[in-house]
Design a protein around this ligand. Structure first.
Ligand code: XMP
Length: 520
């Protein structure tokens, strides 16, 4: 598929550049900043974007593109650090400036007479607001380049006179930048990109890739109940003969009300033949009995998961030649620094990512990751196209250790039962009141304290339940969801009236940072 390649120099918003291009129908991929472009890797590349970076151009270890990238002969666009490094490599000068530009700044177009620049600025006004975040600035423009737009103090848009190479000192990919999509899409048009990207065409290509990779072997998928593994399973079931697709779901006992039954039902509906639902509830609960330290809980749950998974795959009689399907997303790849971008932030702590089974399969080339080039909302759309119901596809993220990290302190069967009912009621109300889709993640937390209350004439000590609802783009940071107060009060009343063990409800008003999304 023809594409624009985005070289990742470690900027915070690199992912968004790809997002915006795909929104316009232009296929884009992110690659490490020093990718060597030879042979097949450069075949379908129609344009190159150099991303932002936390580095200064002259700093020790500052990332540079490989020379072969700029020798491909395709149009080039540098964004923030991307244009600084390009300007520097072409003989210009960049310096730390006393006037730093952060936030929304006005960009003003200069007089220019270059036809290819007109294409880039097609449909743009004379001046507009753009989002900037730079301490260094271009103080001397490289020979053969022109400044075609300025901010208050600095060059903001640069263009090379003799070829379609450009640079923006601002970030067109950020939603605070006006006309950002227009600029990126104009660049894509200059690259001669077809406007063909959509989830349906991608799905067809991915099905061909899966068929080729799997051949006549079998595949194993571990289902978590979440969106990604469900969509991966649906795609595999549509692509391969169902008797070669093995689905395994481990019920840890920390799942939500009715979740196990619902997952099994959905998979059957999609034509699954080999479904193994492992009831490991007792085993997981025993593993964390008496443990109240959150990290210790996580570790024990993770270890138990791996052990159960190993035993059960052996029991299924698979001989080791089967491929393992993972619902890894593009953002997971970026975060873990695997394959795309090199400046990893954090490696996800999800227990499936680095279990011995996954590591062994990866070593042998027996991993299939059919969603690895997709963003979350694209995965959701594919799920809908594949016939998964909306309430599965739009589910909020749910942590691997499940309700066990939403019961602070020691986990018991009784507490799990209380929280499961509270969670089901809370989430059910959010859906009924059409609030669910406005929220990134909502859940209830059972606190290890009992607080006084009065029912009838008697004094009673009952559990405190905390409600949490946050908005977020990716879970890395989060804001408190401004819960409509009338709904909050009604839901709180419903909770204490329906669940006799709960006597008090509080709403968590902390953002991340400094708090995290989960309480443990
Ligand atoms: P925090 O609490 O770190 O959560 O702000 C960020 C996102 O990650 C999820 N989360 C987890 N997911 N295993 C997981 O698979 C875990 O141990 C875990 N802890 C947090 C959390 O729900 C949120 O979406």
């Amino acid at each position: 598929m023809e594409k624009i390649v985005i070289l990742d120099f470690g900027g915070q918003t690199t992912q968004l550049i790809g997002r915006r291009l795909r929104e316009g129908g232009y296929y884009a991929e992110i690659l490490p900043h020093d990718t060597l472009f030879d042979g097949s890797i450069s075949r379908d590349v129609r344009g190159l974007i150099l991303s932002g970076s936390p580095y200064s151009v002259y700093e020790e270890g500052a990332p540079r593109p490989h020379a072969s990238a700029l020798e491909m002969g395709v149009p080039v666009l540098g964004i923030c650090y991307g244009i600084q490094v390009l300007n520097y490599l072409q003989g210009g000068r960049v310096e730390a400036s006393s006037f730093r530009e952060y936030g929304r700044m006005e960009v003003q177009l200069q007089e220019y007479d270059l036809a290819h620049v007109q294409k880039l600025l097609n449909g743009l006004p004379k001046n507009w607001m753009s989002w900037m975040s730079h301490g260094d600035s271009i103080v001397q423009v490289a020979p053969g380049w022109r400044v075609v737009g300025r901010s208050l103090e600095h060059p903001a848009i640069l263009a090379r006179e003799d070829r379609p190479w450009y640079g923006f000192q601002f970030h067109p990919e950020v939603s605070h930048s006006e006309h950002g999509n227009r600029l990126l899409w104009n660049f894509a048009e200059i690259c001669g990109m077809p406007r063909e990207w959509n989830v349906e065409t991608f799905q067809r290509l991915e099905q061909d890739r899966v068929l080729e990779k799997v051949g006549d072997r079998r595949v194993l998928i571990l289902i978590s109940g979440g969106v990604d593994s469900s969509v991966a399973a649906a795609l595999l079931l549509k692509t391969l003969p169902p008797d070669r697709v093995y689905l395994m779901y481990i019920d840890t006992g920390f799942m939500r009300l009715g979740e196990t039954e619902e997952v099994a039902r959905q998979l059957k509906r999609l034509g699954a033949r080999n479904i193994t639902v492992v009831d490991a509830r007792r085993r997981f609960l025993q593993a964390i009995q008496g443990v109240s330290d959150p990290e210790e809980k996580r570790r024990r749950i993770g270890d138990t998961f791996i052990r159960v998974q190993e035993e059960e795959t052996r029991r299924l009689g698979l001989d080791g030649s089967e491929l393992l399907v993972q619902g890894t997303l593009y953002t997971d790849l970026i975060e873990s620094g695997r394959g795309v971008g090199k400046k990893a932030h954090t490696i996800k702590t999800h227990h499936n990512v680095s279990s011995p089974l996954v590591l062994e399969k990866r070593e042998k080339g027996l991993i299939v990751e059919p969603l690895a080039l997709l963003y979350k909302d694209e995965v959701r759309q594919m799920g809908r196209n594949l016939g998964l119901p909306d309430d599965l596809v739009d589910r909020h993220p749910f942590p691997g250790p499940g309700l066990a990290v939403r019961i602070l302190g020691e986990v018991t069967e009784q507490k799990l039962d209380i929280l499961r009912r509270a969670d089901a009621l809370f989430i059910g109300e959010l859906r009924r009141r059409r609030l669910y889709a406005q929220i990134w993640q909502a859940f209830a937390v059972l606190l290890p304290v009992q607080s006084v209350g009065v029912t009838g004439d008697s004094r009673q000590y009952k559990y405190v339940l905390a409600l949490r609802a946050v908005t977020s783009q990716d879970g890395m940071s989060a804001d408190v969801y401004p819960f409509p107060i009338a709904d909050l009060l009604e839901i709180s009343t419903l909770l204490v009236n329906s669940i006799p063990e709960i006597g008090r409800v509080v709403y968590d008003v902390s953002s991340k940072p400094p708090a995290t999304i989960e309480w443990e």
